[in-house]
Design a protein around this ligand. Structure first.
Ligand code: ATP
Length: 350
């Protein structure tokens, strides 16, 4: 059992609250990403899990043990940073071996662990090189290997790919996920790149202002965001205010909005008559004659290859619509429909 449990975690720096009353469970072998805008508290939360910061409130349990005040070196965790923090005067092999020597791991065990990681990360051709003789991607693999040889139960990543170019980032993220699964590691991964979070994670914790706004699978976050912040942060979404005018009991809800009356379908009845709703640009159907038919004027178009992104104006506001029809031009009037189940009800308005 190597799960993580956080209860009412809090981190205050003087009067400033960086993490407020955060509770969560991460299962053994689960890959969880902390995702959110700059300053939302991701790194602070990661540092509390690793032991580099002591929370000002709450508790952290690793593998069932309360480690809230345990120093980093006494926790079964390893940390992998964006700046690789390799020792510049040591070779790749010496860098990989460093932690094992420090922990006085016996020679035979040391060799077995090193061989496994070197093979897995394809580092055998680089063992005698110094870090400055490696590419960024190779350095990142050494940093990852150095964490993995310690066989931690929990591995923590702080934006490990942000120094790599886009292509390499894709490659290394696939490697990280494969290794995490092969070794059965519990992983917490910090990023502000939503594509990375959605592609790699079992679950994503979306953070905002020191809180976790929603903790869910990537698919759930995308299809059923709970707040307008999450709807807007994950992909793009059209968010608008709505008033519930009738709920017929079989899941269909009639709404009054700035775009006119709309019908939504939901399993969860709204808690309030005033709500926010959202719909995704790709759910606007420009060919069907379905429900929720809307008319708008195209104010901007951007051809994206397999689709065209349209900014459209209706009732004094701007919305985003995607279409596979590249012939639509700025100034055109478009009509589209929205399936009731693709209109998502968000949190009640204050
Ligand atoms: P980024 O994506 O930019 O790295 P983040 O979500 O990781 O952001 P944190 O580094 O956790 O954000 O910082 C959260 C907030 O706490 C920020 O407003 C930051 O200025 C503040 N903060 C972090 N460390 C300290 C500190 N030691 N003293 C005072 N304030 C701090």
């Amino acid at each position: 059992m190597s799960g993580i449990s956080a209860r009412n975690l809090k981190m205050e720096f003087g009067d400033f609250v960086a993490v407020r009353d955060v509770s969560f469970e991460v299962g053994s072998g689960e890959f969880v990403t902390l995702l959110g805008p700059s300053g939302c508290g991701k790194t602070t939360l990661l540092k509390m899990i690793s032991g580099f910061l002591t929370p000002t409130g709450g508790e952290i349990h690793l593998a069932g043990q309360n480690v809230t005040r345990t120093p980093p070196e006494k926790r079964d965790t390893a940390l992998c940073f964006q700046s690789y923090a390799l020792f510049p005067h040591l070779t790749v092999l010496e860098n990989l071996e460093f932690g094992l020597r420090q922990k006085k791991v016996p020679q035979a065990d040391r060799k077995e662990r090193l061989d496994a990681v070197i093979g897995n990360l394809d580092l055998s051709l680089h063992l005698s090189k110094l870090p400055n003789q490696l590419s960024g991607g190779q350095q990142q693999r050494v940093a990852l290997g150095r964490a993995l040889v310690m066989r931690p139960n929990v591995i923590l990543f702080d934006e490990p790919l942000s120094n790599l170019d886009a292509k390499l980032r894709d490659q290394v993220r696939i490697e990280i996920r494969r290794i995490q699964q092969d070794f059965g590691l519990t992983a917490i991964y910090v990023t502000h790149d939503q594509a990375e979070a959605l592609a790699m994670s079992d679950r994503v914790f979306v953070m905002n202002g020191g809180c976790i706004e929603q903790a869910d699978t990537p698919e759930e976050l995308y299809s059923a965001p709970k707040t307008s912040f999450v709807a807007d942060f994950i992909g793009s979404a059209n968010v608008l205010d709505a008033e519930v005018t009738s709920a017929n009991g079989n899941g269909e809800i009639e709404l009054s909005t700035a775009l006119g009356p709309l019908v939504a379908r939901t399993d969860t009845p709204p808690q309030s008559s005033r709500v926010k709703i959202c719909w995704r640009p790709e759910h606007a159907d420009l060919s069907a004659n379905g429900k929720n038919r809307l008319t708008a004027r195209v104010s901007h178009r951007a051809f994206q290859g397999h689709f065209t992104d349209l900014h459209v104006e209706a009732s004094g506001a701007e919305y985003r619509v995607q279409t596979s029809k590249p012939a639509i031009r700025e100034g055109d009037t478009v009509t589209f429909s929205l399936q009731p189940e693709q209109i998502v009800l968000l949190e009640a308005m204050a």
